[in-house]
Design a protein around this ligand. Structure first.
Ligand SMILES: [Zn+2]
Ligand SMILES: [Zn+2]
Length: 332
């Protein structure tokens, strides 16, 4: 069985692994179809996460088919599934409040426990969600990254004509634009890359701007998806009175304009991953809608044996989602 492994930061290789031993309890063995490369995979590859452990198998945006089941597995052989890649204990005070996304014992696939970029992997069936067979693989592989946006949008109210600014037009930014478009919002997309701004215009009537072109204090809701100090600071300046800022990008520090937040009654939310299964189920419902448009989000689907090229493309930051293809024939 072939799988990727990061031996240490910057050192990625494709390696032969023994096939996993027989399954226990509720475990299932999954044959991978597609694996999306995420910003956090790149963070682990570059050695940017203090909580990452090495060697580690990367990959957490996983779509596959169950090929073997343990005696207590929740789903049967042949079920197409996506993976919820962050474990939670279900018993700590935060889990008991329904906040499984910030469980005190959380472990994340591909960060501090082995991920799924391999022809096959084993996981507890507690962490998989069945997908209708008729859903195209290219949509289903977006469920995990899109659930991040669905979770973030629950913090605020976005309906028809709500003015929404999305800062950062990478994968998460584009997914935010896709959902805000579907909800009928009045959207301004902000990015330093003209190429990315040109791309998001295909979502519909989207206004686009370089960060320098956006004035202070206009928007009802600002979604920060760039994960840069300047964009976090800009988010709090372009939110209008009574407005909300949702931070989903990861940046260590930024200046906090306290007076502006107080005088304008701004609400600032942090939002991290998602709750399972609620956010995944809502995400699946959106993706089932034919008029929910996500086509521009995946930039390229690359056979997994060309992982070096795929990682190079993902590391460059120039593209949308790069997906590894694990199907046997290598075809889409
Ligand atoms: Zn991800
Ligand atoms: Zn917990």
């Amino acid at each position: 069985m072939l799988g990727l492994i990061i031996n240490e930061p910057g050192n990625l290789e494709l390696k032969k692994f023994p096939t996993s031993p027989s399954l226990k309890g509720d475990e299932v063995k999954v044959k991978l179809i597609y694996g999306g490369i995420c910003g956090s995979d790149i963070g682990v590859f570059k050695g940017k996460f203090a909580h990452a452990s090495y060697p580690i198998r990367p990959g957490h945006e996983l779509l596959g088919t169950i090929i073997e089941v343990g005696s207590d597995a929740k789903y049967g052989v042949g079920t197409k599934i996506v993976v919820q890649p962050n474990s939670y204990c279900g018993e700590c005070d935060l889990c008991l409040k329904g906040k499984t996304n910030i469980c005190r014992h959380k472990q994340s696939l591909g960060v501090n426990t082995d991920g799924g970029f391999a022809e096959e992997f084993v996981i507890s069936s507690k962490y998989v969600l069945p997908i209708p067979d008729e859903m195209p693989d290219e949509r289903a592989v977006l469920i995990e990254p899109f659930a991040v946006i669905v979770h973030a949008f629950r913090k605020v109210t976005i309906t028809k004509d709500t003015s929404v600014a999305v800062i950062g037009c990478g994968t998460e930014g584009m997914l935010a634009i896709a959902l805000a478009t579907y909800l009928g919002a009045d959207i301004t997309a902000i990015d330093i890359s003209q190429e990315k701004l040109d791309k998001v215009k295909s979502f519909g009537k989207i206004k686009t701007a370089h960060p320098d072109e956006v004035g202070d204090g206009n928007f009802d809701v600002v979604i920060e998806a760039a994960g840069a100090k300047q964009s976090v600071e800009q988010a709090m300046h372009i939110a209008g009175s009574g407005g909300s800022v949702v931070l989903i990008g990861i940046t260590p520090e930024a200046n906090f304009p306290a007076v502006r937040v107080v005088r304008n009654e701004l609400t600032v939310y942090g939002s991290i991953i998602y709750n399972f299964p609620d956010d995944f189920e809502t995400t699946l419902e959106y993706l089932k809608q034919d008029d929910f448009y996500v086509e521009p989000i995946i930039s390229e689907i690359i056979p997994f044996k060309e992982y070096e090229r795929a990682y190079e493309a993902a590391v460059s930051g120039k593209y949308g989602k790069i997906v590894l293809n694990f199907k046997e024939d290598g075809n889409q």
